[in-house]
Every structure is written in structure tokens, then in C-alpha cells.
Design a binder for this molecule. Structure first.
Ligand code: MV4
Length: 506
């Protein structure tokens, strides 16, 4: 393992994470190569890169998922390393291996660590052997319904049927009583076959109303450390919407126990670079390993804010054979960070993805505010890719102040042209239960009222923005000049919106 310094990094991804990685490369003195689909030809991440290579049509299977095309782009551009970001090929062991086989450096863990964690039952066996707490249940795929019934009887109902090849909740079924088991096994298995081409399923004890807490780890050639937890319970249909660091449910003693478990998990699979151990944290304080994400995660910035660590720069250092720059000894979280994922999902339409031209975007700023976005005024939002437009991250001395800063930042944010989930975030951050921190993974399922409030707010805002644009068009034609930025006031001032609407309809 001779340290091979990196020089030029190809980023096999798009959008905000491509920009985030390119910033880290620039800070590390590395050149960057972007790859882009036809849909991303004019995207900011393409302009910011030192070089850019077209890799195909908009559909991911024809561009961002084509291993051979990406490797050819790396060769043609003289890149010596590949950063996969998150999503797309980030957790495909075959991609990590192909990059390695091409004589390039994969900025991530060894392919063997990716595959060890990819199969859920083999990961459970590995974790159990390493002393990492796992949810009681089967340690291998089930062979038949009788075996399943025996396991279920032993661990006790309710149980959860899970796909061995799974992740992300596909092929999962809760079973409350023995008579429901056979049907659940069948549906879970057929769902798993459809989703993963592998119908193997296994059983776990069903943990009711847990929190989803994950631990960041970092490993170089000599040590594996943890960098605290992130609270990720605010999710809907397995899509995280808000993340925080630290977690209100984790004290220093629990952090050290969960951290030690996550480190043991990393050591057990020979991990290198940045990774995340996902845990369920039960209401009684018990925690259980769920799975390991062998990539940089969307929500990594909240950890960066409270620990003062640049995780992507650390990834680059480690991939280049250098030691991490994180100091030895116990790391202490400073203050509180929150991330809101700003998506092109319409609260007035059941938070379904929306598309269109971003006619106007203005990012919030100010002390403690960080804006990570892949789009700008003029960007076209398509349905080809993930609906996340940006991450709004705040850092403040405590949770209450972080929430206040986030509300202020959201009130400054202007996005006109596509519907976004901003009204949802505003409703959530004003909610007494969220403020109290008594959240779990089912919080949003219970709180349909929050989505309804967001729906109302979104509808009001849409009317007001339409009115404001109309009003601006009139002023524009009167003055023959670009009008003062009006729509950004709409979100925070309903009185102004009412005036604008009257003006527009006059
Ligand atoms: C569980 C669980 C309750 N009990 N396992 C969902 C996706 C996959 N990563 C694991 N998941 C869960 N596993 C047991 N034994 C509840 C979930 C779960 C969940 C976990 C994390 C974040 C969001 C979730 C939403 C629904 C269900």
C-alpha cells in the first residue's frame, strides 16, 4: 500500500454533491473532472469543474450508471481517482472494483467492505461476531414458512419480514400475529424479487417507534474513529427530510457506546474512509445495528458543523494514502446543527415530485447558515433525478437557536417556478412536538396535520407568487427595466402578498 498522491479527481455524480466534492478537491489542491448527462449540460457543477465530459442522455441508466463510460471518461481526462458521491454507483461493489482494476483510486471503502455490508444477513452475522448489537432475529435467509414460524415464536410477535438484499424499506412487512406470517413472507419475497432480483427474506423482532440514529465513522490506515451521531427520525416513506446533530436522545455515555459499536463494525469489514452505521434507538435506550452506508451521506454537513471536520477533505486525504487530520482523543460536539432537505416536492400535491424551470432562486445567508445546492435561477428541474434541490444547514449554540436560525433562513429563501417542500419545513419547525424533540421514525405518519398545514401555506404562496410575477411583469413593461426582487417577500409577508394580488388583478 504505497501512498499514491491524488492529482485529478473525476466526480461520478451530479448536482449539489458534485459541487461539494469539487470544493473539497479545490481546497486540497486537486483538479476536478465533471461528468454530465444531456440534461445537466448547463448545470453549475459542470461549469465549476476544471474539465467536463459528456457521458450520455438524461436517463441515469444511459449516463451516470454506466461504469464503462465513466471509466473511459476518467481515462480520456487523465483522472487518477474517482469519487462516487452518494446514490448512483456509490454502493456498487462492482464499480469500486472496476475503478480499482482500471488502475484508478476509488474514493471510498474497499469493494470487499461494500459487499460485506450489502447482503443484510451476512452483515448481521458479521456484526454479531464483532459484538455489535443487532435486532433479535434470523442470521440467514429463511428456507420455508415453518422455519419462519419457529424463529417468530422464539423472538416474539410483532416481527418484521425483511429482504436479505434489501435496504430502503423495500420488501418489508410487519407481522402482528402467527396467522399473518405466511402471507407476509410471500408478499415480501415477491417484492424483493422485483426490487433486487433476489427473493430471500429473513425475520427480525419489530421495534416499535424507535428513533433512527446513525454514527459517522472515519478510518485511515491506522485508526478507525467515530464522529458522533446524527438524528434522522424525521422521514417520510424512507426519505429523510430533516437531520440534526447531535441527537436530543443521546447523552455522552450512550454516544460512546454507540460510537464504539460503529467503530467495531468498521473494523470488522476493513473499512476505509467515511462511512455511517445506522441504528434503531428504542425508547428504552437499547440500540440495534440496522445497516452500514458505505459512502458519504447527504446529511454529512450536520456532523461537519458540530465537530468542525471536513469529511470530504478527509475522504480525499485518506484515499491519497495520508492520515486523517482529525485530532486524537475524544471529540466533543459543539452547538447544534440542523439540515432541511429542500426538494421539488409539492405539499399541495401530496409532496409528489414537481418539475419546471426555476425562474428565480435566492439563497439564504448569514451567520450559521450554509447552503448546499446544485441549482440556480434558470435551472430546469426534471423528473430524471432525485428531487432534492438543496440542503439548508444551520449551526447555532443550542437546538432552540438552531431552529430559530433555520426559520429565519427559510423565510429568506426564494424559489419561484417549481413547487418545493419549504412550507412543510416551516410548519414542522413551528410544531411544539418537534420543538420538544419527542420524535421517532413514525412521527410524520402520525402528523398528517403538518402536511395539511404545509398544503395551505403552499397554496397561499403559489397564489401570491403568481400575483407578484404578474405585478412585476406590469412594472417591467412600465419601466422597461428589471423590477426590484418582489417574490422573495411573499413567503414572509402575507399582507404584502395580498397587496400584490390586488395589484395584479386590477
Ligand atoms: C426496522 C424497523 C423496526 N424494527 N427493523 C427501514 C429501512 C431499513 N433500513 C430498516 N428499516 C426499519 N427496520 C426492525 N427490526 C423499522 C424500520 C423503519 C425505518 C428505519 C429507519 C428509518 C426510517 C424507517 C422507516 C420505517 C421503518
Amino acid at each position: 500500500m504505497n501512498p499514491r498522491p491524488l492529482r485529478r479527481v473525476l466526480i461520478a455524480n451530479r448536482g449539489e454533491i458534485a459541487l461539494r466534492i469539487m470544493r473539497a478537491c479545490r481546497d486540497e489542491g486537486l483538479e476536478t473532472v465533471a461528468v454530465y448527462s444531456d440534461a445537466d449540460r448547463y448545470a453549475p457543477f459542470v461549469r465549476v469543474a476544471d474539465r467536463a465530459v459528456r457521458i450520455g442522455p438524461a436517463a441515469p441508466v444511459e449516463s451516470y450508471l454506466r461504469i464503462a463510460v465513466l471509466l473511459e471518461a476518467a481515462r480520456a481526462s487523465g483522472a487518477d481517482a474517482v469519487h462516487p458521491g452518494y446514490g448512483f454507483l456509490a454502493e456498487r461493489a462492482a464499480f469500486a472494483q472496476a475503478v480499482d482494476d482500471a488502475g484508478l483510486i476509488f474514493i471510498g471503502p474497499p469493494a470487499s467492505a461494500i459487499s460485506a455490508m450489502g447482503d443484510k444477513t451476512s452483515a448481521r452475522r458479521l456484526m454479531a461476531a464483532a459484538g455489535v448489537p443487532i435486532v433479535p432475529g434470523s442470521l440467514a435467509a429463511l428456507n420455508d414458512p415453518d422455519e419462519a414460524a419457529a424463529v417468530a415464536r422464539e423472538i416474539g410477535y410483532p416481527v418484521l419480514v425483511k429482504a436479505a438484499a434489501g435496504g430502503g424499506g423495500k420488501g418489508m412487512r410487519v407481522v402482528a400475529a402467527p396467522r399473518e406470517l405466511a402471507a407476509a413472507l410471500a408478499t415480501a419475497s415477491s417484492e424483493a424479487t422485483k426490487a433486487f432480483g433476489d427473493g430471500s427474506v429473513y425475520l427480525e423482532k419489530y421495534i416499535e417507534r424507535p428513533r433512527h440514529v446513525e454514527i459517522q465513522i472515519l478510518a485511515d490506515h491506522e485508526r478507525t474513529i467515530h464522529i458522533g451521531e446524527r438524528e434522522c427520525s424525521i422521514q417520510r416513506r424512507h426519505q429523510k427530510l430533516v437531520e440534526e446533530a447531535p441527537s436530543i436522545a443521546v447523552d455522552e455515555a450512550l454516544r460512546e457506546r454507540m460510537g464504539a459499536a460503529a467503530v467495531a463494525a468498521g473494523v470488522a469489514v476493513g473499512y476505509r474512509g467515511a462511512g455511517t452505521c445506522e441504528f434503531l434507538l428504542a425508547s428504552n435506550g437499547d440500540f440495534f445495528f440496522l445497516e452500514m452506508n458505505t459512502r458519504i451521506q447527504v446529511e454529512h454537513p450536520v456532523t461537519e458543523e458540530v465537530y468542525g471536520v471536513d469529511l470530504v477533505r478527509e475522504q480525499l486525504r485518506i484515499a491519497g494514502g495520508r492520515a486523517m487530520s482529525v485530532p486524537y482523543g475524544r471529540l466533543v460536539p459543539r452547538g447544534w446543527a440542523i439540515e432541511c432537505r429542500i426538494t421539488s416536492e409539492d405539499p399541495a400535491n401530496g409532496l409528489l415530485p414537481s418539475a419546471g424551470l426555476i425562474r428565480w432562486m435566492r439563497a439564504p445567508a448569514g451567520p450559521g447558515v450554509r447552503w448546499e445546492s446544485g441549482v440556480e435561477t434558470g435551472s430546469e428541474v426534471t423528473l430524471f433525478y432525485d428531487s432534492m434541490l438543496a440542503k439548508l444547514v444551520v449551526h447555532a449554540p443550542d437546538r432552540r437557536q438552531a431552529i430559530d436560525v433555520m426559520q429565519r433562513a427559510l423565510s429568506e429563501l426564494t424559489i419561484v417556478g417549481v413547487a418545493t417542500n419549504v412550507p412543510f419545513h416551516r410548519a414542522l419547525l413551528a410544531d411544539p412536538e418537534f420543538l420538544a424533540g419527542t420524535i421517532d421514525i413514525q412521527f410524520l405518519d402520525r402528523r398528517a396535520d403538518l402536511l395539511a398545514a404545509a398544503d395551505d401555506a403552499a397554496t397561499t404562496m403559489r397564489l401570491a407568487v403568481a400575483a407578484a410575477l404578474l405585478a412585476d411583469d406590469r412594472r417591467l413593461s412600465r419601466r422597461g427595466t428589471v423590477p426590484a426582487a418582489a417574490p422573495e417577500r411573499v413567503a414572509s409577508s402575507s399582507a404584502w402578498a395580498a397587496t400584490a394580488r390586488r395589484d395584479a388583478l386590477r
